[in-house]
Design a protein around this ligand. Structure first.
Ligand code: SF4
Ligand code: SF4
Length: 359
């Protein structure tokens, strides 16, 4: 990693040049919500002026740049009693600007799943290799809990990361490409004062979290709580809409579908992102559904995020962005569900507490 500082006007010039020469996406205000708050999304940008550098949150995550909602994975052509398969892995180079540390940590988790397993995805790899990521730090929102998940900082998975230290950005340069782009612009080596400002900035971010979710020992805890009535309580509220999985930066489950041309001369095999909260997610041929109840499906999503990966890969795949909590129409969110489980266990523990005097 190489560290540099750049003045904010010079940084703007750098971004302007970069987005004018490349296909680029960054946070833009697309609407206003019913409270009058701006709604931001990662959208195409043509100049630095298009980018809302001070955006609060995007409802949808950056995962769709790597895992599109729908994609054709191969196309078949049937001719003269034979068939031919065409597969395309190409992806155009893209610059992604303004990802938060937890969003980059989410991309790193997707890398582990899509690239570091026994069957790496060439489709994902093509997009990932062609994406230039510029991360930016921010002060947490009241409902962010990425510090609880230890995902509020990031040290890899980006090309360039910018920390706001007042009238300059402190740059962490993590690729030769980023270093090459920056050569054309006026940057300097960080002074001891810049280093102090960076440390102060990190301290401020750490102290600004207002939501805490107790995840210590959560995987074991979830094992114990498999039959808890809490799953039924929250499951009853679930509409099985799948929105939580669509907005989640680390949900990657998908279905594979075949679409035949009406003249039967060709067909297309497509991936479609799916959600374990959808009613038919665990339905198999013959109509049997392994998770017929809302509570089973909701529980499965929580076990996938907070238990399964911890056991198999020594990490939980929730990064604490709370996009699922914000998007859920019935107010189901990780903080309340996990705290509810813990509260239930704590109240249960009072019956075995040794605090009462025995005669
Ligand atoms: S938890 Fe909420 S967002 Fe997710 S499927 Fe249920 S109702 Fe929809
Ligand atoms: S808070 Fe919700 S949306 Fe964000 S990573 Fe965790 S499960 Fe996914």
């Amino acid at each position: 990693m190489i560290y540099k500082v750049i003045s904010k006007p010079e940084f703007r010039k750098f971004i302007d040049t970069l987005v004018k020469a490349n296909t680029a996406f960054g946070p833009r205000q697309v609407d206003t919500d019913h409270h009058g708050e701006p709604v931001y999304q990662f959208m195409p940008v043509g100049s630095a002026d298009d980018i809302a550098f001070d955006y609060t949150k995007t409802h949808s995550s950056a995962k769709h740049f790597f895992l599109p909602f729908r994609e054709e994975i191969s196309h078949f052509t049937f001719r003269d009693g034979d068939w031919e398969q065409q597969i395309r892995y190409e992806a155009r180079p893209v610059v992604l600007i303004g990802l938060r540390p937890c969003d980059i940590r989410a991309v790193n988790i997707l890398d582990d799943v899509m690239l570091h397993g026994p069957y790496p995805s060439p489709y994902y790899l093509a997009r990932r290799k062609n994406t230039f990521i510029i991360g930016m730090d921010h002060l947490p929102l009241p409902d962010c809990f990425c510090k609880s998940m230890n995902r509020h900082t990031v040290s890899y998975g980006f090309n360039l990361f910018c920390s706001d230290i007042g009238d300059k950005f402190y740059l962490s340069i993590n690729s030769s490409k980023a270093f090459g782009f920056l050569k054309e612009f006026e940057t300097g080596d960080p002074t001891p004062e810049d280093d102090c400002l960076l440390i102060e900035r990190r301290k401020l971010i750490k102290q600004s979290f207002r939501t805490d979710v107790e995840v210590t020992g959560l995987p074991c805890f979830l094992d114990i709580e498999f039959e808890s009535p809490i799953w039924e309580k929250w499951g009853q509220r679930c509409l099985n809409c799948g929105t939580c999985a669509m907005v989640c930066p680390t949900c990657y489950c998908y279905s594979v579908e075949e679409h035949f041309d009406t003249d039967l001369k060709g067909s297309s095999r497509r991936n479609r992102l799916y959600s374990c909260n959808l009613v038919d997610f665990a339905e198999v041929a013959g109509g049997h559904n392994f998770r017929p109840k809302n509570s089973d499906r909701l529980k499965y999503r929580y076990y996938h995020h907070y238990r399964g990966f911890a056991a198999n890969d020594n990490q939980q795949i929730c990064v604490g962005c709370n996009r699922c909590g914000r998007a859920c129409l019935t107010g189901i969110n990780p903080k309340d569900v996990i705290n509810d489980l813990r509260l239930e266990r704590e109240s249960c523990m009072t019956c075995v507490s040794p605090s009462r005097n025995r005669t």
